[in-house]
Ligand binder design. Structure first.
Ligand code: 4NP
Length: 156
């Protein structure tokens, strides 16, 4: 079983979108019993909340389910439980690494490390920009590449 955790700041905009998109891709490839996906936030302000309206609207537009998704905060145990810890921006990755300390953890990367020729390294936060479309573009393309890498590495 390969476990993937997407991480952002609030866990209501970017990482829940990545979670839903990736789960949809995994389901379409028939790999639900091989790859587990979740998301979390480094902050705790929105714990228990559903994804942001902007994220819900774009997922609805593409017919991607986010059923049952509720915000939760990243915990130290996630670092050893998940094989891939995918931060949406450099600040997230810094916080993930700080929480990991010197303990062994899964692979820690930024999502856009999986997007070749990306002009930016960080997924812009739509909580502040309001631009959920650009986030969806980045998330959907990066998730395809991440899934391909996981399939290759884990021979799925
Ligand atoms: P996210 O966006 O990290 O993509 O979920 C944010 C959501 C909420 C806040 C910041 C970013 N906030 O400060 O409440």
């Amino acid at each position: 079983m390969v476990k993937v955790l997407f991480i952002c700041l609030g866990n209501i905009c970017r990482s829940p979108m990545a979670e839903a998109v990736m789960r949809d891709l995994v389901r379409k490839e028939g790999l639900e019993d091989k790859i587990i996906i979740d998301s979390a936030g480094t902050g705790n302000w929105h714990v228990g909340k559903s994804p942001h309206e902007g994220t819900r609207r774009i997922l609805d537009r593409y017919n991607i389910s986010y059923k049952g998704q509720k915000a939760r905060q990243l915990i130290a145990e996630d670092l050893t439980q998940y094989d891939y810890l995918i931060g949406m921006d450099s600040e997230n990755v810094g916080n993930i690494r700080r929480l990991a300390g010197y303990q062994k953890s899964g692979t820690i990367q930024r999502l856009l490390d999986y997007l070749e020729d990306s002009p930016v390294a960080d997924v812009p936060d739509p909580y502040y920009t309001g631009n959920f479309d650009e986030v969806y573009e980045m998330v959907s393309k990066s998730c395809v590449n991440l899934l391909n890498e996981i399939k290759q590495v884990h021979k799925l």
